[in-house]
Design a protein around this ligand. Structure first.
Ligand code: ADP
Ligand code: ZN
Length: 620
């Protein structure tokens, strides 16, 4: 351990240490990922950077390493107080002088932080925009001579405009007041409009943007048609090997989150609810529990998630269709940030599509905005009904060319499906719609086509239509799937108010025999295939050789004890990946311990001896 750099001594050195040395000795990582090195170089040269990278890509290092190289203070602006505290705890365990000033500080804590600020020992100070813009704060910071500003979750500047959090808007004054201080802004939101707004507001255009790969290869992707979400959710959970892992279950409505939580609790899972309608005390208590308990499943609306940087979330389960590919990507991106296997599993059905269309229509927005909403939704549906590799279709949407390669980690790669020309079937369904006046929902149309004499069919005389029972050789479920695929392909749309199906211009072409409808006949059977494979593929523990698994589990509970003693979340002590590395390598000396993933000088010193002893005691 003597060959590792002592960070306290280092900050007094005149020449700042190299970034590679900091990466190894402080963070315990072997190599930079993606564009990290390039971004760090730019920032320490004093240039502005906008880093757009998916969740889990490692954005934090892009300002944390420069912060250790600068002799002055780095100010980190971050929107959520609860998450700032976690980041600060994690940095302190790495031996880095970091602090946060917020409303939760006691007067003593505040004094201690200011003392460190004045003596120049603090490297990183985390502040909310409100705190940074509070009277006198910027003056105080100016006197300290800041070395760098990092603006995390920078998309907030476009989403939370002047009305909601005016202080975000005020961040646009930073580069004017501190023209010589580099600013690095970070976000996982990729769309062009948001990026343009950040560039303009925070940097007045004077910035280099880094946009890096959107692939998250460790997250397996699966989509199934909704049959009964409760059973499907339970089946998904039961198929997973580890019973002790964190996950998120997203539901469309508050009511459903409560229903799902009750279901999971009744089945013996540790589950909690999170939605915007709860009082804030309950909400933050549930959030704290999620951060601390290793097996808690958070059942939430999309109110939950922004800024959640828990690295070991093992799955994200959508009980309903998300709003767009962007929303889906952001939501699943909360899983597997540690790089270990994780699962994204989504359910969707006809009702979801109708609901989503209704949401878009009910928005107070101009027509163009609504049209884009519908287009995004169509893109997501196409992803749901994709005939080949799901990841390829998602990445294509985000503008990444996968050159037709298959990922090997999605339900369609696991179980390739065939497409068949189903033009005639499509025409049958459209014709039943046409002849019944395009005022009925999918259920009634399918009744007509399969020849089901329901009271309604009889009452309306629809059993006399020429299309009555022309599709009796397929089941009602198969016909519903065909209707969904016709919708995904744009041949039919659903009326916003009533859910009645209507034929589009493209559908008219199909009826006339001028268009072709290709269909996946297997979409329905994904249910059986998808879940089983998913569970087998995607737990962190799957990467561990069988003989290391017991030690890994023991290390996990040991980590939990230590975390509880120190009242920090478990991952702050070590990530799963670090524990797996320990379980496999079984380090017996401090030097060997220093080679473990995620072990820098500080953690080597702090935890080395006790973990080596623990590993020794638990190895045959
Ligand atoms: P982001 O902010 O982009 O969502 P984080 O900065 O939280 O991602 O990083 C995600 C995880 O990846 C963290 O556990 C972090 O320690 C780890 N990480 C970051 N950079 C590296 C690297 N170069 N090598 C190994 N692990 C890394
Ligand atoms: Zn694939």
């Amino acid at each position: 351990m003597d060959d590792k750099v002592d960070i306290k001594m280092m900050s007094k050195m005149l020449v700042s240490p190299q970034k590679e040395i900091l990466l190894q000795d402080v963070f315990g990582f072997k190599a930079f990922r993606g564009k990290q090195a390039e971004i760090i170089e730019r920032v320490i040269k004093g240039e502005n950077v906008l880093a757009v990278m998916p969740t889990g890509a490692g954005k934090s290092l892009c300002f944390q390493i420069p912060a250790l190289m600068f002799s002055g203070l780095t100010i980190v602006v971050s929107p959520l107080i609860s998450l700032m505290q976690n980041q600060v705890d994690a940095l302190r365990l790495l031996g880095i002088e970091a602090a946060t000033l917020n409303t939760a500080n006691s007067p003593e804590e505040k004094d201690a932080v200011w003392e460190k600020l004045h003596s120049g020992t603090l490297k990183l100070l985390y502040l909310s925009p409100e705190r940074l813009m509070a009277p006198g704060m910027l003056d105080g910071i100016e006197r300290l001579g800041p070395a760098c500003f990092a603006i995390d979750e920078a998309h907030c500047i476009s989403q939370w405009g002047a009305a909601f959090r005016p202080e975000y808007e005020a961040l646009s004054g930073l580069h004017v007041r501190f023209p010589d201080v580099p600013i690095i802004a970070l976000t996982a939101t990729a769309d062009q409009a948001t990026r343009d707004q950040i560039c303009e507001k925070i940097f007045s255009g004077n910035v280099t943007t880094y946009l890096t790969g959107f692939d998250r290869p460790n997250i397996s992707l699966a989509v199934e048609i909704k049959k009964g979400w409760k059973q499907q959710l339970l089946r998904f959970l039961k198929a997973r090997r580890s019973k002790s892992e964190n996950g998120i279950v997203y539901c469309l409505s508050r009511k459903k989150t409560e229903e799902a939580t009750a279901l999971l609790l009744a089945e013996g899972y540790n589950a909690r609810t999170y939605h915007a309608g709860m009082n804030s005390a309950d909400r933050s208590q549930n959030l704290d529990r999620f951060m601390a308990e290793p097996d808690l499943i958070m059942v939430a609306t999309i109110a939950f998630g922004m800024g959640i940087d828990k690295p070991d979330i093992r799955f994200v389960f959508h009980t309903d269709l998300p709003a767009s590919p962007e929303a889906y990507y952001q939501e699943i991106g909360r899983a597997g940030r540690d790089g270990a296997p994780a699962a994204a599993h989504m359910l969707y059905g006809m009702d979801d599509i109708r609901m989503r269309r209704m949401f878009i229509e009910s928005e107070q927005a101009e027509a163009g905005h609504k049209m884009r909403g519908h287009q995004r939704l169509n893109a997501l549906l196409a992803f749901c009904e994709a005939p080949v590799c799901r990841r390829a279709s998602l990445l294509q949407y985000f503008g990444e060319d996968t050159a037709g390669a298959s990922c090997g980690n999605c339900d369609l790669c696991d179980n390739p499906c065939e497409t068949v020309d189903s033009t005639e079937l499509g025409q049958k369904l459209l014709s039943a719609m046409y002849r019944s006046g395009q005022t009925f929902g999918v259920g009634h149309i399918v009744d007509i086509i399969t020849g089901k004499n329901t009271p309604r069919v009889e009452q309306l005389g629809h059993n006399a239509l020429p299309t009555f029972s022309v599709g009796r050789d397929l089941s009602a479920n198969e016909w519903k799937s065909i209707a969904r695929q016709l919708m995904a392909a744009g041949f039919i749309t659903a009326d916003m108010q009533h859910g009645s199906l209507q034929i589009t211009d493209k559908g008219v072409q199909l009826l006339k025999g001028k268009a072709v409808f290709k269909r996946r006949p297997d979409v329905q059977s994904l249910k059986q295939n998808g879940t089983r494979k998913r569970g087998r593929k995607s737990t962190a523990a799957d990467n561990i050789p069988a003989d290391a698994e017991a030690l890994f589990l023991a290390l996990k509970s040991y980590r939990r004890e230590i975390a509880a003693e120190r009242t920090v979340p478990a991952y702050v002590i070590f990530s799963d990946k670090s524990l797996i590395d320990m379980a496999v390598k079984k380090p017996a000396t401090l030097e060997q311990f220093g080679d473990i993933h995620g072990v820098g000088a500080s953690k080597q010193q702090e935890f080395g001896a006790q973990f080596i002893r623990f590993i020794g005691d638990n190895t045959l």
